[in-house]
Design a protein around this ligand. Structure first.
Ligand code: PLP
Length: 432
């Protein structure tokens, strides 16, 4: 029996309606920006395997770091013990994160990084004898699939089946914007008015605000202006609330700067990192926070302890991968790649707009991310989605949003040629 048939019999896939889905493609090998299937087809990974990959698949430096680490120490419990890979990684990240970030709490995926931040924010107030149990978030924000993450992401549309079980969150309208958007000021003012009204009404019950800075990933690569978030932070800080940046998707160069927060003028109290942290090799996450947050837990009173942890907290192999990935991230070569990808995105979106203007809405580019929304019906959208794979491009539209977020190793011709193929694919699906 081949892999896909056996898969069909045994496996239940994430985010997948098993009844209507196509058979999965069995991937056997990978190299750089390419995935190679069992039947030797070659797919260009234009979405970095759900945004985790940074420098290409099977990167030799990262692979070697994991191999070397595995021969010394594969894992040790992280309470009562520590190890060099974890400490080195914290020291590395300290160099590139805002100055107020002083403490690093490990876990193993984006959802847990968010749970940790929410629980720390809640307990920060509780440890001071203050009861604040409401969170602020944005419409369309996605923060993971565990219960706290689902609660703050309840307006993402992904968690409707569980809405009865989620805690109280006030969700602010999200003024997404795009090239030549005439209405951004009006949308932003609406969101600010909504926030101010709710702060006046409920401000003292609110523990903090969580947001995906600058780009919301899972709701379709939706962008806001940094000026808007600066204003929101200013208002929120006047009410003494904590700010959590969920940079699980935006971290490590995706938005053109090392972190999306680098484009904002305030320092968040928490930064959640995962996805690209290990260059896409192993699951690992970190919730980064300030000395002030840490100090509220630092006590002889055992009840003030942060009692949270996971079996694989700070796994040394994952930390070794992350340290190797960090060394690649800070090179000038990576900086040049980020610039190149951005330039090609702008030219590529231009190409699509000049040929398909009537079928495209909300064209947008930030850093290494580009997106368009297609004005086609669901049937055509499904056809386009299939056609991408038939033409050996790994692109997985979210609803009607077609977006690219390629690994940094992609070449200029590979990326630009992809736009030409995307144009042809959309044209042939629209006109057929
Ligand atoms: C993917 C994602 C998460 C969840 O991460 P997982 O590792 O899938 O649990 C959280 N927040 C954002 C912004 C994400 O993109």
């Amino acid at each position: 029996m081949n892999i896909t048939a056996l898969d069909r019999r045994l496996i239940w896939h994430p985010f997948t309606q098993e009844k209507t889905t196509d058979l999965p493609i069995a991937i056997e090998k990978s190299d750089g920006a390419y995935l190679y299937s069992e039947d030797n087809e070659k797919y260009l990974d234009l979405i970095s395997s759900w945004w985790v990959n940074l420098f290409g698949h099977a990167n030799k430096d990262i692979a070697k770091a994991i191999y070397t680490q595995a021969q010394d120490l594969e894992h040790v419990m992280f309470a009562g013990f520590t190890h060099k890979p974890a400490v080195t990684l914290a020291a590395n990240l300290k160099k590139i994160l805002p100055d107020n970030i002083a403490k690093f709490f490990y876990s193993d995926n984006g959802s847990t990084a968010v749970e940790v931040a929410l629980k720390m924010a809640y307990q920060f107030w509780a440890n001071k004898g203050i009861n604040k149990k409401v969170f602020l978030s944005f419409d369309g924000g996605y923060h993971g699939d565990t219960f706290g993450a689902m609660s703050v992401g309840k307006k993402s549309g992904y968690h409707n089946a569980f809405s009865d079980l989620l805690f109280e969150v006030i969700s602010i309208p999200y003024p997404e914007t795009w090239f030549n958007d005439a209405d951004y000021k009006k949308k932003e003012q609406l969101a600010i008015n909504f926030l101010e009204k709710n702060l006046a009404k409920k401000g003292t019950d609110i523990a903090g605000l969580i947001l995906e800075p600058i780009v919301q990933g899972a709701s379709g690569m939706r962008i806001v202006r940094p000026q808007f978030l600066n204003r929101i932070a200013q208002i929120v800080k006047q009410h003494d609330l904590l700010i959590i940046h969920d940079e699980v998707m935006t971290g490590f160069g995706r938005t053109g700067t090392l972190f999306a927060g680098d484009q904002l003028n305030y320092d968040p109290d928490f930064i959640c990192l995962s996805k690209g942290l290990t260059g896409g090799f192993l699951p690992l996450a970190i919730t980064c926070t300030s000395q002030e947050i840490y100090d509220a837990f630092y006590s002889t009173d055992m009840n003030k302890t942060f009692t949270h942890g996971h079996s694989y907290t700070a796994n040394p192999l994952a930390c070794a991968a992350a340290n190797a990935s960090y060394q690649l991230l800070i090179t000038n070569k990576t900086k040049l790649s980020l610039g190149m990808i951005n330039k090609v995105h702008l030219a590529g979106i231009d190409l699509l707009m000049s040929n398909l203007a009537n079928f495209i809405e909300r064209p947008r580019v930030i850093g290494t991310i580009s997106a368009i929304d297609l004005k086609v019906d669901n049937k055509k959208m499904q056809a386009i989605k299939r056609a991408f794979l038939i033409h050996k491009l790994n692109i997985r539209p979210i609803g009607n949003t077609v977006y690219l977020i390629p690994p940094y190793c992609i070449s200029e011709p590979e990326l630009f040629t992809s736009y030409e193929k995307i144009l042809q694919i959309i044209q042939s699906c629209i006109y057929n």
